[in-house]
Structure formats: structure tokens, C-alpha cells
Design a protein around this ligand. Structure first.
Ligand SMILES: Nc1ncnc2c1ncn2[C@@H]1O[C@H](COP(=O)(O)OP(=O)(O)OP(=O)(O)O)[C@@H](O)[C@H]1O
Length: 120
């Protein structure tokens, strides 16, 4: 019974991921970027520690984008009209994604630049 509840909860969570992939263009861009980074990581043969940082960086960006999309939807649902508070809330959520993306980019530079230099 507990297992069934767990699998139902998992299927709802999976449905949430499918929805965000289908509907949110920014999430699609982050996902494609993540796939390109993973492919580059395999080509360059990253170390175990480097993979750990890449997985954390990708996870943080995707989670931030998911939370941002959720907040946008909540705001559009409870406050569909133009309002300064709605703008502030959405801008703050978008700012969270920007921070995550910049941090992930910097991690990427630290990992990929030495690996690319090592090729020559
Ligand atoms: N109801 C609103 N009132 C005032 N400003 C809004 C409102 N809805 C959106 N905005 C402004 O438009 C911006 C984009 O909001 P929108 O809901 O269109 O998200 P989006 O196009 O998916 O962009 P992103 O995911 O990059 O934040 C918000 O960051 C905010 O500045």
C-alpha cells in the first residue's frame, strides 16, 4: 500500500516535469544546454569529482527554473492582471534562476577550460 502511494506520488512528480518541459521555453533551453554539457563531458573524459560538480550545477539550474515556472503559474492564477507586486515576485524568481545559471557557468569554466587546454 505504501509502495503504491509512493509510485502515485512519483507519477504526479513525473507529470510535473513533463508539463514544464512541454510548456516552458526557458526550461527547454536549460535542458538542451545540460545535454550539450553532458556530451562535452563524455568527449573530454571528465573525472569523477568533475562529474559531481557538473551534476550539482545542472540540478541547481533546473530546480531554480522549475521553481521560477511554478511561481509564474501561481501568480498568473491568483493575479492575472498587471500589478507591481506580481512583477516584483516574478522578477525575484527570475533573479534566482540567473544566480543559479551564473554559478553553473562559472563551475563549467573551472572544469572545462583546463580539460580543453589539456587537449593541445
Ligand atoms: N501580472 C504582472 N504584473 C506586472 N508585471 C508582470 C506580470 N506578469 C509578468 N510581468 C513581468 O514580465 C516578466 C516576464 O513574466 P512572464 O510571466 O511572462 O514570464 P516568462 O515570459 O516565462 O519569463 P521568465 O521565465 O524569463 O521570467 C516578469 O518578470 C515581470 O517583470
Amino acid at each position: 500500500m505504501k509502495d503504491k502511494k509512493w509510485s502515485i506520488g512519483f507519477s504526479y512528480a513525473w507529470e510535473g516535469i513533463v508539463q514544464v518541459v512541454k510548456l516552458e521555453r526557458n526550461f527547454q533551453i536549460h535542458l538542451i544546454t545540460a545535454l550539450l554539457v553532458i556530451i562535452a563531458g563524455f568527449i573530454l573524459g571528465l573525472s569523477r569529482m568533475e562529474w559531481i560538480f557538473i551534476v550539482i550545477a545542472i540540478g541547481i539550474v533546473l530546480i531554480a527554473e522549475m521553481i521560477n515556472s511554478t511561481i509564474e503559474r501561481i501568480m498568473d492564477y491568483i493575479k492575472p492582471d498587471i500589478h507591481p507586486a506580481a512583477k516584483q515576485i516574478k522578477d525575484m524568481a527570475a533573479g534566482g534562476v540567473l544566480i543559479a545559471a551564473v554559478a553553473a557557468f562559472i563551475i563549467g569554466l573551472f572544469i572545462f577550460i583546463p580539460n580543453i587546454i589539456a587537449l593541445f
